[in-house]
Design a protein around this ligand. Structure first.
Ligand SMILES: [Zn+2]
Ligand SMILES: [Zn+2]
Length: 180
């Protein structure tokens, strides 16, 4: 969605829009497409304009679908974030940046009086994708021995592993005793 800044009234412009997962997918690289996908994105925001500077703040909600990096189960992470942007015309970008640099605001630049909200939405969703997706923080992952998902099933590998070690120790101590 694009906003022409001349269409922003004095009292501000309220925008609510929905983007679907396919739209988002079309913007991803091939590698990213394998790593995760997004269900629909709901965006609510408000645009205000003071002369050439446009302030956009709002929130978005979506669900990230990915594979848990420990147990490899399909995982859905609800995501909600707030954002604030200050848009200035591109030709004034360098000058304004010095004047307006505060840390909690994102900057955007527009050309020909048009702000592209789609870029903003894509950027905000990408910021919400965790580097490592976990189904839960406490995910126990897969058994390194038999590959079973330890969250949902109980394998006996751990017990057997301990038994093997004990057996080795017992044997070892027998050898030691023989020497004495
Ligand atoms: Zn998991
Ligand atoms: Zn196991």
């Amino acid at each position: 969605m694009k906003i022409n800044i001349n269409n922003i009234p004095d009292e501000g412009l309220k925008i609510s829009l929905h983007k679907d997962g396919d739209w988002f997918r079309g913007l991803l690289t091939e590698k990213e497409k394998n790593d995760f996908s997004i269900e629909g994105i709901d965006v609510f925001c408000q645009a205000k304009r003071i002369r050439e500077t446009v302030f956009i703040d709002g929130s978005l909600e979506t669900t990230v679908a990915a594979t848990c990096c420990r147990c490899l189960e399909a995982t859905h992470l609800p995501v909600k974030t707030n954002f604030r942007y200050t848009f200035v015309p591109e030709e004034k970008a360098s000058k304004q940046e010095d004047e307006l640099s505060t840390e909690d605001l994102e900057y955007g630049y527009y050309q020909d009086d048009v702000i592209d909200l789609d870029n903003l939405i894509f950027e905000q969703v990408m910021l919400q994708i965790p580097i490592k997706v976990l189904c839960t923080d406490a995910c126990k992952g897969l058994c390194a021995h038999c590959g079973m998902n330890i969250n949902t099933a109980c394998c006996n590998c751990h017990a057997e592993f301990i038994d093997e070690r004990l057996a080795v120790l017992k044997k070892f101590s027998v050898v030691e005793n023989d020497k004495i």
